[in-house]
Design a protein. Structure first.
Length: 662
């Protein structure tokens, strides 16, 4: 077997100037797209549309555009058009003979957003948006309407396919970008999801009241999506308050109306808008934005809001002589709230090119100062609602303190709610009979699962990334791991010698991860944890694996789901013989619509589950199998890397190329 690992590559005996490779133009983007858009997966693909739409939104926010069109064609081509000023087409002073448009489209870090001369605030800060989209598109056309003249230029994979062409008179103005994502980068099966682009357009319209966004999509792309309209004009004069009202629908809240408002920062430093509500069911969310760009990981603007609301409630408690208000923390205030926050600031600094977290330090002070006074007036203006809200938050703080003192979690009673750890969305049934806890991979999948679940009997606990491998970790690391602590608290049955199924809060514990290699890895880590720390959970039949589909096959009104490639091939031969159905591969649970996740994976009347079992060591006939299981766990998950290496050597000959997920 050692021959399989022999290094047959030629030795590098020299290292000289001729070995130094210089990448010019947009070649670095095509070589390493992950450095610019975070990868080549489905999320990165849709980020291309966000980059182009952000540029159009910058024109609107700057007061030069009032309308934006977003269109998805049947062949996957995306069109974004605004009625703004239009990208300049005159020669760039630094590049004689080359238009400013071509410089922007073919040069990284070029644009009009590096100073405050053209845009006071902008989402396309880094100056790489359009050039990156251009580099990663197999075809792109840009139309510029300026001074009633139309100019057009075509590109392919970052390279102009001819000079900028003058196409005559036109009675409009603005920029139009049409692009088709390159299959060489994103794969042949990659495609834009209409519902994701529609939600993106709608969120942008909510974020800036002055813009009208006209959405359209080829109806052929909506054959299996009844929730996304083929066309719609999106305009929301109420801004974030309209957004929050639509999101809450008929859900009851602790206060009659949300805490909402908008304010310009002093000295022209920008603007903040917010809308916050506290739902009675304690299932909140947080969506924050900077210059209309989503910041899913929050940042300094969110920290400013947290501080303003927390200090405001504590100050109100002191004002009303409520001494218990001092124990309330920001997590109590924000943890279960429905939060929308949008800021517009100059020269924002983000963490990474994909702009998921705002790190501009000044944003925290600006938001806190702006929101604090408004929140104080809002609380004092309705003492009855303010007192009800404060009492609920104090209750949370007291329950948190009790959990810290108690070693064991007890089942919640019918008369008092129990606030559980982490982001757990608990079920409403008080007894464990018939209840299920789904352990879900990531917040995105957790959000879909919460909407898909049966609230009475199904609870959801999102886990962030790959949990700790307990087979190779120290006891101190296990105790310090927050994900494992949350899991143990949620189950309530203890670990090790303290484990007791009598205290288990759910009848079934279901591991629900993506149907790919990473999902299998996370499931393996979780099963290792239960095998090592809660073996009784497995031995008494409480642990299961969900079986989400990997593919969706649709033709006409017929739609079915396939677990894996073999199941897909079986369905193609039996149900779609002689037909060519549309086949889409799910990138993960978070990409599935809640109705799809419910019907395929969570509904007890339709789903399939795998029960996790371990042979009983007390049974003489099963003892050899039990010992083999224990040995295998130690080999694959334990501290000794040489055991894993030996296992790979011994089993590499059984792996076929088709088994490798690339």
């Amino acid at each position: 077997m050692s021959d399989l690992f022999e290094n047959t590559a030629p030795k590098a005996d020299s290292y000289s100037a001729q070995d130094i490779e210089v990448l010019e133009g947009l070649e670095p983007v095509r070589r390493r797209p992950g450095m610019y858009i975070g990868g080549t997966d489905d999320r990165a693909l849709h980020h291309l549309v966000a980059e182009v739409l952000d540029n159009a939104m910058d024109e609107a926010v700057a007061g030069h555009a009032s309308r934006i069109d977003l269109e998805l064609a049947a062949d996957g081509t995306v069109m974004v058009r605004d009625n703004g000023r239009g990208i300049p087409i005159d020669d760039h002073p630094k590049y004689p003979g080359k238009s400013a448009l071509e410089v922007i489209m073919t040069t990284l870090h070029s644009g009009g957003k590096f100073s405050n001369k053209v845009y006071q605030t902008s989402g396309g800060l880094h100056g790489v948006g359009l050039s990156v989209v251009n580099a990663l598109s197999d075809r792109l056309t840009v139309e510029i309407a300026r001074e009633k003249q139309l100019y057009v230029q075509d590109y392919s994979r970052g390279l102009p396919q001819g000079p900028l062409a003058h196409r005559g008179n036109v009675n409009r103005r603005g920029t139009t970008i049409r692009f088709h994502a390159d299959a060489e980068i994103f794969g042949e099966t990659a495609h834009f999801e209409p519902h994701r682009l529609y939600r993106l357009a709608r969120s942008k319209a909510y974020l800036f009241r002055g813009v009208e966004i006209r959405w359209s999509c080829d109806p052929a792309l909506l054959s299996v999506d009844a929730t996304t309209p083929a066309s719609e004009t999106l305009h929301f004069p109420g801004g974030l308050l309209d957004y929050l009202t639509a999101a809450l629908k008929d859900r009851k809240t602790l206060t009659p109306s949300p805490f909402a408002g908008a304010l310009d920062f002093p000295n022209g430093q920008g603007r903040v808008e917010w809308a916050v509500a506290w739902p009675d069911d304690d299932e909140g969310f947080s969506h924050t934005y900077c210059n209309t760009v989503p910041t899913p990981q929050g940042g300094t603007h969110e920290a400013g809001l947290r501080t303003a609301l927390t200090r405001g409630l504590k100050a109100y408690g002191e004002l009303t002589n409520n001494k218990r208000a001092g124990q309330v923390t920001a997590d109590d205030v924000m943890g279960d709230a429905c939060i929308l926050l949008s800021v517009f600031i100059r020269e924002p600094h983000f963490q990474g090119q994909t702009k998921e977290k705002l790190v501009t330090a000044e944003a925290q002070r600006l938001v806190e100062t702006a929101v604090k006074d408004h929140f104080d007036h809002w609380l004092s203006g309705d003492p009855q609602s303010a007192n009800a809200l404060l009492e609920r938050l104090i209750e949370k703080a007291e329950e948190r303190a009790r959990r810290k003192q108690s070693k064991e979690m007890t089942r919640k009673s019918a008369t008092r709610r129990l606030r559980l750890p982490g982001k757990l969305a608990d079920c409403s049934r008080n007894s464990p009979e018939g209840t299920e806890l789904f352990l879900v991979e990531g917040d995105s999948a957790g959000g879909s699962a919460k909407q898909a679940r049966q609230r009475e009997t199904q609870a959801i606990l999102p886990l962030r990334g790959k949990i700790l491998n307990v087979a190779s970790a120290s006891v101190d690391k296990m105790k310090a791991n927050q994900e494992l602590n949350d899991l143990v608290q949620a189950l309530g049955c203890g670990v090790g010698k303290d484990f007791s199924t009598d205290k288990l809060r759910y009848e079934r514990v279901i591991i629900m991860t993506d149907a790919d290699v990473d999902g299998a890895h996370i499931a393996s880590l979780l099963m290792t944890f239960f095998y090592r720390e809660m073996p009784g959970l497995i031995q008494e039949g409480h642990l299961y694996l969900a079986l989400p589909p990997l593919y969706r096959l649709s033709h006409g009104n017929k739609q079915v789901y396939a677990r894996d490639d073999a199941h897909k091939d079986e369905l193609l031969s039996k149900m779609f013989k002689g037909k060519k159905p549309d086949i889409s591969r799910f990138k993960g649970l978070g990409e599935m619509m809640p109705a799809q996740l419910r019907d395929t994976t969570m509904d007890p009347s339709k789903r399939s589950l795998l029960r996790v079992v371990v042979p009983n060591a007390a049974d003489p006939e099963e003892k050899p199998e039990f010992e083999r299981t224990r040995s295998l766990v130690e080999e694959l998950m334990g501290k000794k890397a040489e055991l894993r290496f030996r296992f790979i050597q011994d089993n590499a000959k059984f792996v076929k190329a088709d088994d490798i997920d690339v």
